[in-house]
Design a protein around this ligand. Structure first.
Ligand code: DP6
Length: 325
């Protein structure tokens, strides 16, 4: 039995498009901040008497797509480890349910870390990042603390995330809508590659944004990091809006938050907005400005002022409670 915890991450340079759907290789690299809030905690308990993996999420037996993804992931772990046992997987999320924050990134980063320990697979961060990638691409980055770069790589071995030096930053998350997203990132990403006339341009632009972002991080240039973050996010939403049929994740309220963030900048407070596959907005700030930004944006919805968090890690090596020492 092994228990691990992991946190979600928010991308400053987004991953949106796969080169290989089986190996889960991204079409371009990406860069993110792992958060210190909304922990996922996952326990993997091997049980040779089980005929199928069982998955309990937030206290309820899960029988849907999430369970199928967990099973497919554990099939890979079994194949690699040579241990055919099925497992009980129990997972809890601290993110408020339905707020669109309970992420597959923290989920598969915690599962990869707990499963690697339970099945005896290599536990170094690069190996766990490669493994987590197979569950959900963005999970490769939640293995890593703070700012992580996920290299696109040219195959399974070379596509993993690692830490990169960057200035101190925080994020203010503005929760605008509690409803489940209409189209999953996985499906929308595929539709973008298949139908957007701008897809190739988007991938080339992402490669260029990543290069500029890496040099801005190295230089500790918060302003450049922020500018790239906001323009890159809007480019992603633009390419998503260009699919057939079109998909639009941002709501009128999301656009209003982008405007409010622009207004903060014109007052001299440096803040930059980004959004993933949903209407909620994350605002990048310097540490000294996050409280002001959170107060100003609280008129739009619930706000969370979050900082850089730890990478995925084991929290328990598995003695059952009450076992003799
Ligand atoms: C908009 O990692 O959820 O959050 O690899 O298909 O599981 P799969 O997709 P996923 O996509 C994340 C998309 C994003 C951008 C990002 O996190 O980089």
């Amino acid at each position: 039995m092994s228990t691990a915890r992991a946190f979600p991450n928010l991308a400053l340079v987004k991953y949106w498009g796969k080169r290989d759907e089986v190996l889960m290789l991204p079409a371009a690299g990406s860069l993110s901040l792992t958060l210190d809030t909304f922990e996922t905690r996952t326990t993997v308990t091997l049980d040779p008497s089980l005929r199928q993996d069982a998955f309990e999420l937030d206290g309820a037996e899960n029988t849907g797509d999430a369970r199928d993804r967990v099973r497919a992931f554990l099939d890979l772990v079994r194949e690699r480890s040579g241990n055919a046992s099925h497992a009980h997987v129990t997972s809890t999320n601290e993110a408020p349910t339905g707020a669109g924050l309970a992420s597959s990134a923290s989920g598969f980063a915690a599962l990869a870390t707990a499963a690697a320990a339970a099945y005896g697979l290599p536990s170094d961060a690069a190996a766990r990042s490669r493994l987590a990638r197979r569950g959900s691409g963005s999970a490769a980055r939640s293995i890593i603390p703070g700012v992580a770069i996920w290299h696109a790589g040219d195959g399974d071995e070379t596509s993993f995330a690692e830490p990169i030096a960057a200035p101190e930053m925080r994020m203010v998350i503005v929760i605008l809508d509690g409803t489940k997203k209409a189209v999953s990132s996985r499906d929308a990403m595929r539709l973008t590659a298949l139908t957007s006339p701008f897809y190739d341009g988007w991938i080339r632009a992402t490669e260029a944004s990543l290069e500029s972002m890496v040099s801005a991080c190295r230089a500790g240039d918060f302003t450049r990091i922020g500018r790239i973050t906001e323009s890159h996010a809007l480019r992603m939403h633009a390419v998503i809006a260009s699919t057939d049929p079109p998909i639009r994740y941002l709501s009128p309220a999301s656009v209003a938050v982008f405007d409010a963030v622009g207004a903060l900048r014109s007052e001299g407070i440096e803040a930059y907005a980004t959004a993933d596959a949903g209407p909620n907005i994350a605002v990048l700030t310097r540490p000294e400005d996050s409280a002001t930004v959170a107060t100003r944006l609280s008129v739009f919805g619930r706000v969370h002022d979050v900082g850089p968090g730890p990478g995925a890690e084991l929290v328990d090596t598995g003695e059952p409670p009450g076992a003799p020492r």
